[in-house]
Write a new protein. Structure first.
Length: 147
């Protein structure tokens, strides 16, 4: 979970949503339902293990961002993908409803990753390294290091 301000909005929300869905939680410190939704969102973010990114915007402190998203009541959550808002919800939803909402948009959980068997020696030949990089790109096209 990351606190977002106008200063880091471009990087933490717009740019990040080009790679993975970003769920924005508009909240305020005085808001009772926000206090109950916050821990639910943080738990779901941990459960989804990187399938989406959670950011929080204090709507009192960041009124310009709240106005840009036409926030009328809080808590309001907006899901961003590819730099654009795609869906959202208002109110403090229970964990099951939050997961139901996210499952409509975020990529499904992959099968449990197959761990490579340890080898006595890592294949450092050009062919071996190329094969590993090609596999890395095939399984995660957003892996800029492998590209």
């Amino acid at each position: 979970m990351i606190d977002v301000t106008l200063a880091n909005f471009e990087e933490e929300v717009i740019a990040a949503s080009m790679i993975t869905p970003v769920l924005i939680d508009f909240w305020a410190p005085w808001c009772g339902p926000c206090k109950s939704l916050g821990p639910v969102l943080e738990k779901v973010e941990a459960d989804y293990a990187g399938r989406f990114k959670l950011v929080k915007i204090d709507s009192d402190q960041e009124q310009q961002l709240s106005a840009a998203f036409s926030i009328r009541s809080i808590p309001t959550c907006i899901l961003m993908m590819n730099g654009q808002p795609v869906d959202g919800f208002q109110g403090a939803l229970p964990e099951g409803k939050v997961k139901e909402f996210l499952d409509q948009h975020v990529p499904p959980a992959e099968e449990a990753p197959q761990e490579e068997l340890p080898t006595a020696e890592a294949d450092t030949s050009p062919e071996g390294v190329l094969e590993k990089l090609q596999y890395a790109v095939a399984t995660d096209p957003a892996d800029h290091d492998a590209l």
